[in-house]
Ligand binder design. Structure first.
Ligand code: NAD
Length: 494
């Protein structure tokens, strides 16, 4: 059996447990919908508590099986083979990701799928060149001791994922977890189960031992998400998603004192100084507001612009926004749908709230008129607001849609205070041609990542994560090894 059956309308998406595809043991399933059309395109088999327990048991057993006995070199070779196989099957992954998310093909083919493969290849490299640590220690009797550390896998890692970049964000966790010798049980978002399921075929094709990679489908509370995070045989939980969900998972992780790594929400600011290169700023910021229809944790939802260029900037951003045409086919291939009808209602609620609170809509603010197959899709218009106050809901809460408020400022100190006045701390971007100011203001941002004259320019070796309500811990490069390994210090009296 493969991850899915063949007919697209009745396609069934299966759990992947101990190397085999399985239906849910309680016979439950839920619909899989294409957000670009609103049509059901498949059925997802929901894992029961017993299925989740089976997946965890398989993952635990795999730790002491052939996988646990592999040398680092053997393991890393297998992980690099996963990257190569994803690339070989890029069209299948692309079709699966586009079906689940409705996103334009060019977004998935340029970002989601290549990064899915890169996440395995990069962490295979990091682990093969992982540095060790040793100290010569003076002992009280005038002798010497050698102190060194060894790193071991944490064990069974639960990977709970969101829907905005399903393969990319899942492999960002699975890649380093496996490279470090752990085994994983993945709970993909209920909205986007396909690429996680398909990765099971890749694992089998490269000869990954059974039980190393497992996938269980379902929802959060009372379903696979909660069953997984509360399973006592899970040794660590890595989660990407909403801050509120992170809090719920943290409570489960407290039982048994399990380690967590959280990448959560944001309300990311951008600061545009009057000396910025306006072409670059508008190009970069329109991407940061509208890419993936604003469903990017790193997306910009607050833009502060120095007063002398405020009007010019707003006019340029409005023109750029109008270039993002909602739709995914033909000449409308720029702005994809939101992930679900429910999420569109949430975003439209913020569109209404902005106006109620006194904002002026520069462009957008509603639902576009689309005919044909996409008429039932969950599209919204790209939207910009001015005349928004710092305390307005749309300037404080994460919306996760293609929209932002634009606000003028007069001084560097003022704008640093405004940008930092949020419970979140994920990322920021600064736009200026004065590099002294660029470095100074970037260092003053209370965030995990700050870009200067760019956005979403990622080097996977760097530390990634957020502060405050945006997360706990950092992953990326050697930072991932801190989470996915346990250290033992060995002290040898010489
Ligand atoms: P979500 O929190 O609703 O769901 C994420 C996952 O958690 C899903 O698989 C869901 O089924 C599961 N889940 C929900 N409740 C659970 C529970 N009680 N126990 C266990 N699992 C549970 O998030 P989402 O709507 O899928 O994703 C959007 C959010 O993710 C946004 O807030 C966005 O900012 C955030 N995000 C953050 C980053 C980052 O790197 N910081 C990256 C992408 C997305």
């Amino acid at each position: 059996m493969t991850s899915t059956s063949s007919s697209p309308v009745t396609e069934t998406i299966l759990n992947f447990i101990d190397g085999s595809y399985r239906k849910g043991s309680e016979g439950k399933s839920f619909p899989n919908v294409n957000p670009a059309t609103g049509s059901q395109i498949g059925l997802v088999h929901e894992a029961s508590q017993a299925d989740v327990a089976d997946a965890v048991t398989a993952a635990k057993a795999a730790l002491t099986g052939p996988w646990g006995k592999m040398t680092t070199a053997e393991r890393v070779k297998l992980i690099a083979a996963v990257a190569t196989e994803i690339e070989r099957r890029a069209d299948d992954f692309l079709a699966a990701e586009v079906a689940d998310t409705g996103k334009p093909r060019h977004v998935a083919s340029h970002i989601d799928i290549p990064r899915g493969a890169a996440n395995f290849r990069m962490f295979a490299d990091v682990v093969s060149t992982m540095p060790g640590e040793s100290f010569n220690t003076s002992t009280p009797d005038g002798g010497q001791a050698l102190n060194y550390t060894v790193r071991k896998p944490k064990g069974v890692v639960a990977v709970v994922c969101p829907w905005n970049f399903p393969l990319l964000l899942m492999t960002w966790k699975v890649g380093p977890a496996l490279a470090c010798g752990n085994t994983v049980v993945v709970k993909p978002s209920e909205e986007t189960p396909r690429t996680a399921a398909l990765l099971g075929e890749v694992m089998n094709a490269v000869g990954m031992p059974k039980g190393v990679y497992n996938v269980v489908h379902g929802f959060g509370p009372g379903s696979a998400g909660e069953f997984l995070t509360s399973n006592p045989d899970v040794d660590a939980i890595t989660f990407t998603g909403e801050t509120g969900t992170g809090q719920a998972i943290m409570q489960k992780a407290a039982i048994g004192v399990r380690d967590i790594s959280f990448e959560l929400g944001g309300k990311n600011p951008a600061i545009v100084f009057a000396d910025a290169d306006l072409d670059k700023a508008v190009e970069g910021l329109s991407r940061s507001v509208f890419l993936n229809t604003g469903q990017v944790c790193l997306g910009t939802e607050r833009v502060y612009v120095e007063r002398p260029i405020f009007d010019a900037f707003v006019a340029r951003m409005a023109a750029a926004a109008q270039g993002f045409k909602p739709g995914v086919t033909g000449d409308r291939a720029y702005l994809g749908p939101l992930i679900s009808a429910e999420h569109r209602e949430k975003v439209l609620g913020y569109y209404r709230r902005a106006v109620e609170d006194g904002a002026t809509v520069v462009t957008g603010g509603g639902v576009p008129e689309i005919s044909g197959a996409e008429a039932g899709g969950f599209f919204v218009e790209p939207t910009l607001w001015i005349d928004v106050a710092h305390g307005d809901t749309v300037m404080r809460e994460e919306i996760f849609g293609p929209c932002c408020g634009i606000v003028p400022f007069d001084s560097e100190d003022e704008v640093i205070a405004l940008a930092n006045d949020t419970v979140y701390g994920l990322c920021a971007s600064i736009w200026t041609e004065n590099m002294s100011r660029g470095h100074r203001v970037a260092a003053a941002m209370d965030v995990g990542v700050c870009w200067v004259n760019s956005w979403f320019l990622r080097d996977l070796r760097t530390a990634f994560g957020g502060s405050g309500h945006s997360g706990i811990g950092r992953e990326g490069g050697v930072h991932s090894l801190e989470f996915y390994t346990e250290i033992t210090n060995i002290c040898v009296k010489l």
